[in-house]
Ligand binder design. Structure first.
Ligand SMILES: Cc1cc2nc3c(=O)[nH]c(=O)nc-3n(C[C@H](O)[C@H](O)[C@H](O)COP(=O)(O)OP(=O)(O)OC[C@H]3O[C@@H](n4cnc5c(N)ncnc54)[C@H](O)[C@@H]3O)c2cc1C
Length: 395
């Protein structure tokens, strides 16, 4: 086996590390405190090609592979997960469905606005009554005289309300199937669509410099051709989108876990008690060792899932494994990093306190650990992960 990244993958990782450590990491605490969206950082990342890393070059993207994207995302998230999730949600959730399911005209009109990252695109699935059970979508879209009329609302939609957001792809009920289940489809809504409004951002525990909003649709009208992919395939498209998104959130988790280890190592070498550095105590060494081992395993799992995707092989089970293991690794790493810092780790002035607050969302967003464990379990017990997800979607 060859564990070496290609030259191109290394180039993306090194460029990301340099930008992240030079431009993002020094400002992460302030961004978190002020809860301000970092427009200049996102613009800098767009200039370097990160905000369209996997998107097709013909529409303005960087044309990189999925492994390269995950390597870069880990480095960006090691500096700040608010910036990491902004990049991830834009590429994996916002733009990738446009690139994968969009018609030529849709790509020219909508993807080309965003593929370089100068504008952002969002993905709206979650609603008040439709979280894990995304099939519970209440938002409706009715086709009348060549236009979709959309009514309903969404919640917690990342990148939906920044000054540079160009639009959202929203999942809506477009009918009812013979078995009584909703027919769900994906619809493209440009930001300026009349009747489409956004509420204020949320007060969050983490990802505080990223943008999430509730969305409201009141008799929004978009042309019939703003249907993304096939009518009634919205749910399947969403599940496919989330597979890749899960690998990316796992990379984000590995980056955060690595940041915890970076801080813990430094503190363990500097802090002296009983006349020596606390790094000399075996209890502390074992914590550092466990963190390093788990991070190594998580990173390998994530990269294997990413590599499978690049080679066009099934990767659903590996995506769920990577997501669960990496997010829980990051949680343990954040916890131990605070422990190694002692009381200082409880102070908002320390980076690890911020990491400890930020880490929890990784076990929730883009599929909770519970639902990912179910996907893995069902694939072990009875069927392929793809069939398991389709069946869960039909429940
Ligand atoms: C900061 C943030 C950003 C987000 N960004 C986006 C976005 O850009 N776009 C978007 O569409 N959504 C977004 N979300 C929504 C996110 O994907 C959901 O929060 C997530 O899918 C879980 O849904 P829920 O929070 O409603 O939890 P719930 O579905 O209410 O689940 C609550 C608990 O019950 C468990 N549970 C539920 N069903 C089962 C079951 N069948 N078996 C076992 N356990 C179960 C869950 O695992 C969880 O532990 C975002 C959320 C947050 C907080």
């Amino acid at each position: 086996m060859n564990f070496d990244p290609t030259e191109e993958q290394q180039r993306w990782r090194d460029l990301a590390r340099e930008y992240a450590q030079g431009e993002i990491q020094p400002r992460a605490a302030q961004l978190d405190r002020e809860q301000k969206f970092p427009y200049d950082i996102v613009a800098g990342m767009a200039r370097l090609g990160f905000m369209g890393l996997t998107l097709p070059e013909e529409y303005g993207g960087s044309g990189g592979d999925f492994v390269a994207y995950n390597l870069a995302l880990e480095e960006i998230s090691r500096a700040d997960t608010s910036v990491g999730i902004t990049m991830e949600a834009h590429i994996s959730l916002g733009c990738s469905p446009l690139a994968t399911y969009g018609t030529q005209e849709q790509k020219e009109e909508f993807l080309s606005r965003c593929a370089a990252g100068e504008r952002l695109w969002a993905f709206g699935l979650t609603e008040e009554e439709a979280g894990t059970d995304a099939g519970g979508t209440r938002t409706t879209a009715e086709l009348v005289s060549g236009e979709w009329i959309i009514n309903g609302s969404k919640k917690w939609i990342t990148n939906s309300g920044t000054d540079i957001t160009a639009g959202v792809t929203a999942i809506a009920r477009t009918g009812t199937r013979e078995n009584g289940r909703p027919e769900l489809s994906a619809l493209i809504l440009p930001q300026e669509t009349p009747g489409y409004t956004r509420g204020p951002g949320y007060e969050k525990t983490g990802w505080r410099a990223s943008d999430q909003r509730p969305l409201y649709f009141e008799d929004c009208r978009v042309p019939e051709q703003n249907l993304l992919g096939e009518r009634g395939r919205g749910f399947v498209q969403f599940l496919e989108t989330l597979d890749a998104g899960r690998v990316a959130v796992a990379s984000l988790s590995v980056g955060l876990a690595q940041a915890c280890l970076d801080e813990a190592l430094q503190r363990a070498k500097e802090r002296r008690q009983f006349g020596k550095a606390i790094a000399e105590f075996q209890a502390i060494q074992f914590k550092l060792t466990d963190m390093a081992m788990e991070i190594e395993l998580a990173r390998n799992t994530v990269l294997k899932a990413a590599w499978l995707k690049d080679w066009g092989r099934p990767f659903g089970r590996e995506a769920s494994m990577a997501k669960v293991f990496a997010s829980e690794t990051a949680k343990r790493a954040a916890d131990q990093a605070v422990q190694i810092h002692g009381g200082e780790g409880f102070m908002e002035t320390s980076a690890v306190a911020r990491y400890w607050r930020q880490v929890k969302i990784n076990e929730i967003g883009e599929g909770t650990s519970e639902i990912n464990r179910q996907i893995i379990a069902r694939s072990l017990l009875e069927e392929s992960p793809e069939a398991a997800k389709t069946r869960m979607a039909a429940q």
